[in-house]
Design a protein around this ligand. Structure first.
Ligand code: M6R
Length: 611
């Protein structure tokens, strides 16, 4: 979604705001803007398109104020034009907003009735007018914000700057993340607001997060948090080890390429955290819920790629722990309002830990007496904070919009959890645990080996870039991976792609097969390999173009033409983690051959904090 920044500095802040916005560009990038106080007066620069257009605009017409706010937008209401870009301002107040104001129409009508003039099609602009209106009624800026916030319905994070108030910045949060940064050392006395700590990492390592319903009053002389009842509250200060280096592309053209290549390392790091490698056991750093052995079932909810990680994990929980799994996409789960057995366990999976639909399910499950176990990548995220147990994937910051390393780290951690449940439920014994742990420990090395197929994958991608549609097939855990392959290709190359269970082919999708349709088959040498081979024959018989990703050899009597990506030999239980590598590389290289921006695909945002 959108990214917001605010700074009360000691000198001109425009450059620092741009620097922070660059770190937030992954959240939205269809337009951007900045406002500063120039001798007490609000001044704005805004531009449609990516941040570099705003930078050009600032180079032509610089801003020199020491207090400012900035925004990168991912449009929800109104096209990505300059007039819809944030900050929205009205001579008294300038605001930047992340989220959606659901009741903006009513508020806008009310304010129009009082003579307020609106310049944009956004829901956000209403907030600036609401605050200004309260100030026109005689309230101070702080009181105006306190009085107006309860009138806003929806999810939001806000940063607000006021005409004539050089030492005041207000932030507010309800349903979208916001963090305060405290300058230290050379930057002592400076204070910051940001959508995430990463954005503020060049300036400070000292942070405090707002809770939902909070607003915060920042001045160079101190920071005051107030809760939803406008009462002063303390919020925990923390030192975050976020390193400025973590968001560099290194030697790669794109973050996505870098993140694909980081996987052996970050998966190893994640496994090392949840396994005792020398003992050959799972060693969770938290206790499983007391009734793990008696648990009747596990519920999983997530969105997008995180949901697909849950689909893979379902096979593992059922296989290793004989634990029935209900899994659903969070956006359906939350409105289906499913009955939940008291004391059950619900598992949420999310890279960002801020996805609105998943978070809403978490709160629903909590309200229905569920223990909450979350697999999240951002330790300070709302989901991590609201869960009974937050199991962290150690992928590091994932900047590319297409999830890669977070997905494989989720899988690695979910595999550890499935084994832990298996032991707790007496389904697997110590010897089996040791065998599976050894298989998991081999995964990072196998991923590194799989990376070496990149030149071959690049050659195949050159052809795929000409395809109109692509079909992915798999069985077992390769079926969800087929879904992931199709999602990845769609999201960054815009080629239409579908993932199917290979056995479902003959029930409909086989009608699509002709000489032009590439069919990518994910077929590790497992117990269903021969069945997948039969499905391949069905495609070959209809002239389909086969691309087989496997560690098995194709039998000599196979009748069709096959282009193969030969994978390293491996025990098949955790093949989904290793086979994710070619799946991601296919999408990446196809998108690059097509001249697409793999890191910032159109219409998407990294963290989806609206429903
Ligand atoms: O942050 P989350 O894991 O909760 O995000 C869920 C989805 O929005 C995300 O996985 C999305 O599908 C990715 N763009 C896929 O690459």
């Amino acid at each position: 979604m959108c990214g917001i920044v605010g700074i009360l500095g000691r000198g001109p802040v425009a450059g620092s705001i741009i620097e922070a916005l660059k770190r937030l560009e992954y959240r939205g990038y269809d337009s951007a803007g900045i406002a500063t106080l120039e001798n007490g007066h609000l001044a704005r620069r805004r531009a449609a398109g990516k941040l570099k257009t705003l930078e050009a605009c600032l180079a032509a017409e610089p801003l020199s104020g020491a207090s400012g706010i900035g925004h990168t937008r991912w449009a929800t209401h109104g096209r990505p034009t300059e007039s819809n870009a944030h900050p929205h301002a009205n001579g008294k107040v300038a605001i930047v907003h992340n989220g959606i104001i659901e009741n903006f129409r009513e508020l806008r009508e009310e304010l129009r009735g009082k003579g307020h003039k609106f310049e944009s099609d956004t829901d956000s602009e209403v907030v600036a007018h609401l605050f200004a209106d309260a100030m026109e009624g005689g309230l101070s800026p702080v009181d105006a914000v306190a009085a107006s916030l309860p009138r806003l319905k929806g999810a939001f994070a806000l940063a607000v700057l006021f005409e004539g108030e050089d030492d005041l910045l207000i932030g507010a949060r309800d349903g979208a993340p916001l963090v305060v940064g405290f300058g230290n050392g050379e930057r002592a006395g400076e204070v910051y607001l940001g959508s995430d700590a990463l954005a503020l990492a060049p300036f400070t390592d000292e942070f405090a997060y707002l809770e939902d319903g909070d607003f915060v009053i920042l001045s160079r002389h101190g920071v005051e948090f107030r809760d939803t009842h406008n009462q002063r509250v303390e919020r925990h200060h923390m030192r975050s080890p976020v390193s400025a280096l973590l968001v560099d592309k290194g030697n790669y053209r794109h973050f996505m390429a870098k993140e694909i290549h980081e996987q052996p390392e970050v998966v190893a790091r994640t496994l090392a955290h949840y396994l005792d490698m020398s003992a050959g056991t799972v060693a969770l750093p938290f206790a499983l819920p007391a009734d793990a052995a008696q648990l009747p079932r596990l519920t999983i909810a997530a969105c997008g790629t995180a949901y697909i990680a849950g689909l893979v994990a379902r096979y593992w929980f059922e296989r290793f722990a004989r634990l029935p799994v209900d899994i659903e996409v969070a956006s359906e789960f939350r409105y289906r309002e499913p009955p939940m057995e008291r004391g059950g366990l619900t598992l949420f999976i999310s890279q960002s830990g801020e996805t609105a639909d998943t978070l809403a399910c978490l709160r629903y499950a909590k309200a229905h007496d569920q223990k909450i176990l979350s697999v999240v990548n951002v330790p300070t995220s709302t989901m991590a904070r609201e869960s009974d147990i937050a199991a962290l994937t150690l992928a590091g910051p994932e900047i590319g919009v297409a999830s890669t390393k977070a997905f494989t780290c989720q899988l690695a951690l979910l595999a550890c959890l499935a084994l832990a449940f298996g032991r707790a439920r007496g389904v697997i014994d110590a010897a089996q645990e040791a065998k599976y742990v050894a298989e998991l420990m081999a995964v990072p090395g196998l991923m590194a080996e799989a990376m070496k197929r990149e030149p071959r994958i690049e050659a195949l991608a050159r052809d795929l870039a000409r395809a109109r549609d692509v079909l992915y097939l798999g069985r077992g855990t390769s079926y969800p991976l087929a879904l992931e392959g199709a999602l990845k290709l769609k999201e960054i190359s815009y080629i239409h792609a579908e993932g199917y269970a290979a056995g479902e082919l003959k029930h409909g999708p086989i009608a699509l097969v002709d000489n032009d349709l590439p069919v990518i088959i994910l077929a590790p040498h497992d117990n269903v390999f021969d069945k997948t081979l039969s499905n391949m024959q069905e495609v070959a018989a209809r002239g389909g173009r086969l691309i087989l990703i496997t560690d098995a050899s194709v039998p000599g009597d196979f009748s069709g033409e096959v282009e193969a990506i030969t994978m390293p030999k491996m025990a098949p239980n955790f093949s989904a983690i290793v086979y994710a590598v070619p799946v991601q590389m296919i999408a990446y290289h196809t998108a690059i051959f097509m001249g697409k921006d793999a890191d910032q695909p159109r219409n998407l945002a990294k963290s989806v904090t609206v429903e």
